[in-house]
Design a protein around this ligand. Sequence first.
Ligand SMILES: [Zn+2]
Ligand SMILES: [Zn+2]
Length: 249
Amino acid sequence: MIKLANNKVAPLTPACLICQESLPDTLTLRQVLSWSKIDQPLFCQSCLEGFCKIQGPTCGQCGREMAEEDQEHWSDGVCRDCQRWRHFHQWTFRHQASYHYNESFKQWLVVLKGQGDIRGRFLFKRDLQSVYRKHSDAVWVPMPSSSSKLTNKGFNQTALLLDAANIPYVDMLEMKPTTTKQVYKSRLDRLKDRDKIQVKADSGVELMDKQKNILLFDDVYTTGTTMFSAYKALRNEGFSHIGGFSLAR
Ligand SMILES: [Zn+2]
Ligand SMILES: [Zn+2]
């Protein structure tokens, strides 16, 4: 019996974590005869085929794939959203991502974050390890959980993904505690929410080499607001070489 983080019990017959279709028994004779531990597949072939890698030209700031019809709105190899970031917030940044934030990716996040079924955390292990090989000199910093629901479950999914890929990291960021509910907030308060991330008090940041490259890691980059907040918090501590990587964009 497999117990999930939310105290639910996983079905006994192996089923795809995303679509719940039962998974075929695909043990080869060699696997049966070997004594090594066999990893049960957790996703069906058709769900796996739904994940889509980012290919082709991408925005030089956020890593978005450049669609042909958008090309006229890009300038300096940067998409329109990032031109705004640069203009209004003087935020020049370098972020990359591996996959499109499509329906399959969303479904995988729902299983991991919404349902708390962390068995799927190894899905992108190889992708992460290959990025790590290129950026092993950087200090990897997982983005803190933005969902209070998740905090209640007691794990931060970005750190969990790095753990699953054996990537060392410094868990030095946290969400600022919120006091007022979103609906009661004034416009000014909501704007201040852009500064929703802070460096942990006990992170030992004062002892760190500020010349080191920092790589902010997140599962998905959407508007950039969260990563901008983390970027600012680290800039305020004196770091100047900060980049970002997310599994999906
Ligand atoms: Zn499936
Ligand atoms: Zn962009």
